[in-house]
Design a protein around this ligand. Structure first.
Ligand SMILES: Cc1cc2nc3c(=O)[nH]c(=O)nc-3n(C[C@H](O)[C@H](O)[C@H](O)COP(=O)(O)O)c2cc1C
Ligand SMILES: Nc1ncnc2c1ncn2[C@@H]1O[C@H](COP(=O)(O)OP(=O)(O)O)[C@@H](O)[C@H]1O
Length: 202
């Protein structure tokens, strides 16, 4: 098993280096992340298997959501269109994640990500929403968001109040900041994926 992981790891790194990633909404496994998710408390072996396959790369145009992120939460989240949401593995657990993101091949920023139905708002459609830890001072609709999902923080849940939801996301952000400074996660910021000019899925 160890050998298989190492070989897969090498192939994934080679594909990234030579920029021969077959499509942009793709996932790649880097074997050294394989043991990281024991503490999530998520029981299913499918779930653990899925999380062990992070990091996962995805990209797509930024589209409009419900407009609550900025107005109600003070935490804007850039939404992917439904086809990108559907292109992600179905077994990817719903919840809060952390990782790296950039817009139109610009600078790469730390990010937190929500995957799911936002039970606090009882959304009918699954969404994948990225909050970048950067002050853009403008909207980004129509631009291409690229993300690297590095790790899982917690399952999604409902809350008693808006304040509790905001506090939970703020805590996610603080946790993400620290985790992304760790050397093995920080190096993913340099993935060639973020600077590729061509969009292979088009
Ligand atoms: C890191 C992170 C964690 C989140 N966790 C939850 C959650 O546990 N439950 C929930 O209902 N919504 C959660 N949200 C989603 C917010 O409810 C969502 O961003 C908000 O509804 C804004 O949606 P909009 O982009 O459509 O305006 C989370 C968002 C982020 C960025
Ligand atoms: N730091 C940021 N992270 C994510 N989106 C941002 C950020 N700063 C500005 N934006 C913009 O704000 C939008 C998200 O705001 P939000 O109120 O959640 O609207 P929507 O519900 O349409 O996604 C993004 O689509 C993007 O255009």
């Amino acid at each position: 098993m160890g050998k298989v992981i190492v070989i897969f790891d090498k192939l994934a790194r080679y594909a990234l280096r030579s920029q021969r990633i077959p499509q942009i909404n793709c996932s790649l496994t880097w074997g050294n992340h394989i043991k990281r998710h024991r503490s999530t408390g998520l029981e299913s072996s499918d779930t653990r298997e899925m999380l062990s396959q992070l990091p996962l790369f995805a990209s797509g145009e930024i589209v409009k959501g419900f407009g609550r992120g900025s107005k109600e939460l003070g935490i804007p989240t850039a939404n992917f269109p439904l086809e990108v949401v559907k292109s992600l593995p179905e077994s990817l657990p719903t919840g809060a994640y952390y990782g790296w993101a950039n817009v139109d091949n610009g600078p790469v920023y730390k990010m937190v990500l929500s995957v799911g139905w936002n039970p606090f708002y009882s959304n009918k459609e699954k969404s994948v929403e990225t909050h970048m830890l950067h002050n853009f001072n403008c909207d980004l609709y129509g631009q291409i968001l690229k993300i690297c999902i590095v790790g899982f923080l917690r399952p999604e849940r409902s809350f008693d109040s808006l304040e509790s939801l905001i506090a939970a996301i703020r805590a996610d952000i603080e946790q993400a900041k620290g985790l992304l400074d760790e050397a093995d996660k920080a190096k993913l910021k340099e993935a060639p994926f973020f600077t590729e000019k061509r969009c292979p899925s088009k």
